[in-house]
Write a protein that binds this ligand. Structure first.
Ligand SMILES: [Zn+2]
Length: 211
């Protein structure tokens, strides 16, 4: 496995409030689609030609087409519902994914490998922990940078064949700490044990309504 092809999926457009922390975007990009800008800028920066961009929000209609051939999925969303959709798809297909979340001066990262580590549902209903959400609150500019460094290094580790654990990494800049929280699989988990995937069947969810 390697970096043969990278797909960037985002239906959102660049707004002024993104510029302080989403370093790929500049003032000239305001109003333009994030996924397309991301692909164009990376191509210009380092000549990478193996990027595809999809200007859509991930939903129960398009997830099969967009993600079924993925080796690994990196979550950079701001929606719990979208993460739950990714989790159910990941478990159903056996595709690993990395959850990332930012809020204020804190960040979270967790690797999820179906049947080997706990999943998002194990974390929420087994450990009573819900990922943070940056959608409604501000995020310090350095937090997404730290989260992206750690999550991409996790992906690199996995793709190079090294085992990655499913512990939650909790970064807190207030005291400059990284806490490692053990998240065991929950034997009562509706997703990774009972194999229930209601969001994949829910065709009422479309586009950004998923939020
Ligand atoms: Zn689970």
């Amino acid at each position: 496995m390697g970096y043969d092809q990278i797909s960037v999926i985002d239906g959102d457009i660049v707004s002024e409030t993104d510029l302080n922390r989403q370093s790929l975007f500049s003032r000239n990009d305001i109003g333009m689609n994030k996924a397309e800008i991301c692909r164009n800028k990376i191509e210009k920066l380092n000549g990478m030609k193996n990027l595809s961009s999809y200007s859509v929000y991930l939903d129960s209609y398009n997830i099969e087409e967009l993600l079924s051939s993925a080796n690994i999925i990196l979550d950079a969303t701001d929606s719990l519902k979208t993460r739950e959709l990714i989790n159910q798809f990941s478990v159903k297909k056996g595709i690993p994914w990395v959850l990332t979340a930012s809020h204020g001066d804190m960040g979270q990262i967790k690797f999820i490998f179906p049947e080997k580590t706990s999943c998002l549902e194990c974390m929420i209903n087994g450990r009573n922990m819900v990922p943070m959400n940056c959608h409604y609150d501000s995020v310090e500019p350095f937090v997404p940078q730290a989260v992206s460094v750690m999550s991409t290094s996790m992906i690199k580790k996995f793709l190079s064949g090294t085992e990655v654990d499913g512990d939650l990494r909790f970064i807190e800049f207030r005291d400059m700490s990284i806490e490692r929280i053990r998240i065991d699989r929950n034997p009562g988990c509706s997703v990774c044990f009972k194999k229930e995937y209601p969001l994949l069947e829910d065709k009422k969810i479309k586009g950004r309504q998923i939020y």
